[in-house]
Design a protein. Structure first.
Length: 398
């Protein structure tokens, strides 16, 4: 059973090579594919011809290599890759809901996801309830007869709340709905589908690719669900068309093979800085710290080899103090004042005014998000002690 292996070994065990034995599968630089027999084209349209490709909005061999590797990472039957994380999230949800349906979602999610759920879906008469995802009673209470999806992030952005995936899956199964988990913050560390989720989603833009050179996403799930997404008649991915370029698939696949090493280093560095911030008396949120409310839950679910992830948040209390510290840190070479995460260099931003700016300020406060919150995506620094000395110097100058 392949799934007995750890996620990194499952990827390493894949035998994927090109038609000349090229160790990196060749990039299929074609929008369309030719057939020698008209009958095979017919079968391919019906989804019955194994290994045949029709048109690159549907499938492309380069995208298939990456999708297969992501399915191996997650232990799912299949996967499909998209041109962005939002492309994955929106298609995955729209495939499962019709007008008149209802979604229960964590109230803390990435700002773009929040905006889609709050502002966009109501246009199609799809109702959404926002709940504290750690309050399982509230999640179950929010479910209605027309609820089709429970939506959450494995570790939420930016409050770093950890979702109890097995418990949420139990609620979803009891009420006949699907649990969708955005695992962008914790690849390798958590495998949501193996913990009971029905669909795992990614912004590959972040840790999975890790190079900040492109935007991409993925949907991992059952064969039937992935096939439904690309059905030529009513598949959301096929009809909305957020397809990933094969050149990008090829480069992301190569980066995927170093993900396990990078996640370990991101986590080790984040843990080091989280402890230092705590010792310095700064309010810090990191699931690896024993005083984080979800520390034990995370330990129960995570793969122990890859740590608690590369993202932490500190509270500088006011926006002005946060802004001054970030400007100083950029000048000192700690990293970049930039949105996004999962890069080899440290990135920091004030969530309230950037990646969560779609969330109204009163709701931000309700979530517990301080106006002075700085989210750090900790990089792969070799000398993290030196990084801490630079941060300390900046804090002393405030
Ligand atoms: C947790 C999470 N999910 C999804 C997204 C959206 O991904 P993309 O920017 O690749 O569309 C982001 C982007 O910041 C994110 O942080």
């Amino acid at each position: 059973m392949a799934n007995k292996k750890d996620p990194a070994t499952r990827i390493q065990s894949l035998l994927q090579f090109g038609e000349y034995g090229d160790v990196n599968p060749s990039v299929t630089d074609s929008a369309t594919f030719t057939f020698m027999q008209a009958k095979t084209m017919l079968e391919t349209f019906k989804g019955e011809a194994e290994g045949c490709f029709l048109y690159s909005r549907h499938w492309n061999p380069s995208n298939k290599y990456l999708a297969d590797a992501l399915a191996a990472l997650e232990g799912t039957e299949a996967a499909w890759v998209t041109a962005s994380g939002m492309g994955a999230i929106t298609c995955a949800m729209l495939q499962l809901v019709n007008s008149g349906d209802h979604i229960v979602t964590s109230r803390t999610t990435y700002g773009g996801t929040y905006a889609f759920l709050k502002n966009y879906l109501p246009k199609f008469n799809i109702e959404v309830s926002f709940v504290d995802i750690s309050n399982l009673g509230a999640v179950e209470k929010a479910i209605q007869p027309n609820t089709k999806i429970i939506y959450t992030e494995s570790v939420t952005n930016p409050m770093l709340q950890v979702s109890d995936i097995p418990a949420l899956a139990k609620i979803a199964n009891k009420h006949n709905c699907k649990l969708l988990v955005d695992n962008t913050f914790t690849p390798m560390i958590l495998q949501p589908n193996e913990l009971g989720a029905h669909v795992t989603l990614y912004s590959l833009t972040k840790f999975v690719n890790g190079k900040n050179d492109c935007v991409a996403g993925a949907i991992c799930g059952t064969n039937d669900y992935i096939a439904s997404l690309i059905d030529v008649n009513d598949g959301t991915a096929m009809l909305l068309g957020p397809v990933l370029d094969p050149f990008r698939s090829s480069s992301i696949l190569k980066n995927l093979h170093t993900l396990h090493i990078r996640m370990r280093q991101h986590s080790e560095n984040a843990m080091f800085l989280a402890k230092k911030f705590k010792e310095a008396g700064i309010g810090v949120c990191y699931p690896g710290l024993s005083d984080h409310p979800d520390h034990d839950l995370m330990k129960k679910m995570m793969h122990p080899d890859f740590g608690f992830g590369g993202v932490l948040a500190i509270d500088m209390k006011t926006f002005d103090r946060a802004a001054t510290l970030m400007e100083k840190m950029e000048m000192e070479g700690v990293g970049y004042l930039a949105v996004s995460l999962g890069y080899f260099k440290t990135l920091f931003s004030n969530s309230g005014k950037s990646t969560s700016s779609e969330v109204p300020e009163d709701i931000q406060r309700e979530m517990g998000m301080s106006e002075g919150l700085i989210r750090f995506s900790v990089g792969l620094d070799h000398d993290i002690e030196n990084t801490w000395n630079l941060i300390q110097k900046c804090m002393n100058e405030l």
